[in-house]
Design a protein around this ligand. Structure first.
Ligand SMILES: Cc1cc2nc3c(=O)[nH]c(=O)nc-3n(C[C@H](O)[C@H](O)[C@H](O)COP(=O)(O)OP(=O)(O)OC[C@H]3O[C@@H](n4cnc5c(N)ncnc54)[C@H](O)[C@@H]3O)c2cc1C
Length: 418
């Protein structure tokens, strides 16, 4: 039986069935609203499908670090670098890149980091509750993550980000390469040093996690419609009219959660947001027995190796290139080569995947009311941390719709901040 909100039940459309949409829809349904989710794809088959699976409360350092503008040109010239650019996309990306660089000043990075920490500090607890109620707890594993530094230089380069994390209270335990190999014996001796972050967990099957959330939401009486919302318009009296599957329908409230595809619909709902995508890849490697007991990341590689039910998932890196370009096989080859160097016993490549992170140029998501539009809500732009943040941001939307205090000041995540 859903918990009642404040006795005012609404017909609410949630657009998008990724982890963010599903967590939002579930929280709203638990408040007793009549909630319908729209997505042309089965639940969780967007970016939520292929991520590295980490619930990462330690992710308090934004992507844009002080000095990043000077590092990017060198990274783009290095074929092993975790950053790549589709040069033909550069003209379209200039406004986003400009905001990205503007957000990389020391004071702004500190403020963004605090705003990230406010959400991330609740991520583990909110996921524990959501996963338990959705019978998904068996998909989550405690145990932290291990960071590897291939060279003394990569350890030095990480200093700024590690110091920022420590300032936000993240416990990082420096260990030597020998201790790292004692803990994870399958690792080859090809790295210089390592660190452990114990306050993290991971999901062994992100698609199954979405499936469990969708099943739970429907069991609570929520509806999922397998159609895209093609057009949206705010209503003068509040809420929105949505066009889907050939028909138009009025809703008391609408929540936009279509990840990297949110900009067009947000514009139709009256707000232009500087959202773009950081494309990311994964390669699944066959491992008869798990080679790792926890996720391991190579700092300079920009990817994680996470033991999952279907094999070892090597996931990460960033390619700036928009939503339309086809996958670049060179990007998965770079991940695979570095993963095999670290784990020489990894088996055959099973599959690969390209996904679209919904990325705001300041690394903060957009969570809260659409400015100037009553009953129109935004919950997108979670970038590198959408799995981690979705349980919190979904709950925050339900709290705000109900007029409750979300427990976190929503101002830093406002769509009106630009
Ligand atoms: C390689 C990689 C590794 C990552 N690793 C991690 C990690 O370890 N931890 C972490 O926290 N995060 C990680 N992330 C980020 C995380 O996966 C994303 O932030 C998250 O999945 C975003 O979820 P979402 O629900 O906003 O978007 P999505 O999962 O993309 O869902 C959006 C949905 O909207 C639907 N949609 C689009 N247009 C419409 C429309 N017009 N009408 C209706 N529906 C529509 C799509 O079909 C899709 O299902 C990673 C990302 C990548 C690429």
């Amino acid at each position: 039986m859903p918990d009642k909100g404040q006795g005012h039940e609404l017909r609410i459309a949630v657009i998008g069935a990724g982890l963010v949409g599903l967590a939002t829809a579930t929280a709203l349904r638990r408040d007793g609203h009549a909630v319908t989710v729209f997505d042309p794809r089965p639940p969780g088959e967007g970016c939520s499908l292929g991520n590295a699976g980490i619930i990462a409360p330690y992710g308090v350092a934004p992507v844009q670090s002080p000095g990043i503008a000077f590092e990017v040109p060198g990274m783009l010239l290095d074929p092993l670098s975790p950053l790549a650019l589709r040069w033909s996309y550069l003209p379209a990306l200039v406004p986003w890149l400009t905001r990205f660089v503007l957000a990389s000043g020391t004071a702004r990075v500190e403020a963004v980091s605090k705003a990230l920490a406010a959400i991330l500090g609740r991520a583990q607890a909110d996921w524990t509750v959501l996963a338990e109620t959705a019978a998904a707890a068996s998909l989550l594993r405690p145990g932290g993550v291990m960071m590897l530094f291939g060279t003394a230089r990569s350890r030095r380069d990480s200093e700024q980000s590690l110091a920022l994390k420590r300032r936000r209270g993240v416990a990082i335990e420096e260990i030597g390469a020998a201790e790292a190999r004692r803990l994870e014996p399958a690792l080859a001796p090809v790295f210089e040093s390592a660190a452990l972050v114990r306050d993290a967990s991971w999901c062994v099957d992100p698609l199954a996690l979405s499936g469990r959330l969708a099943f739970h939401f429907e069991a609570l009486g929520g509806q999922i419609r397998r159609v895209a919302v093609d057009r949206a318009r705010p209503r003068a009296e509040g809420g929105a009219t949505l066009w889907a599957g050939g028909g138009a329908e009025d809703w008391d409230a609408a929540v936009l959660c279509v990840g990297a595809w949110s900009r067009k619909l947000a514009r139709m709902l009256g707000v232009d947001v500087p959202l773009d995508t950081e494309r990311g890849y994964h390669v699944m490697l066959d491992c008869a027995a798990p080679l790792l007991s926890r996720p391991v990341t190579l700092h300079e590689g920009g990817f994680y190796m996470t033991p999952m039910t279907g094999g070892l998932r090597c996931a990460g890196t960033v390619e700036l290139g928009g939503l339309d370009a086809p996958p670049d096989p060179a990007r998965t080859a770079v991940i695979e080569r570095q993963a095999r160097r670290l784990l020489p016993d990894a088996g055959a490549r099973l599959s690969d995947w390209l996904g679209f992170r919904p990325s705001m140029p300041d690394s903060l998501p957009v969570i809260g009311p659409a400015p100037g539009r009553r009953g129109v809500w935004f919950n997108f732009g979670h970038g590198h941390l959408g799995l981690t943040m979705s349980a919190v941001s979904g709950r925050m939307i339900a709290d705000m719709v109900a007029g409750r205090d979300p427990g976190i000041d929503p101002a830093p995540y406002s769509a009106g901040r630009f």
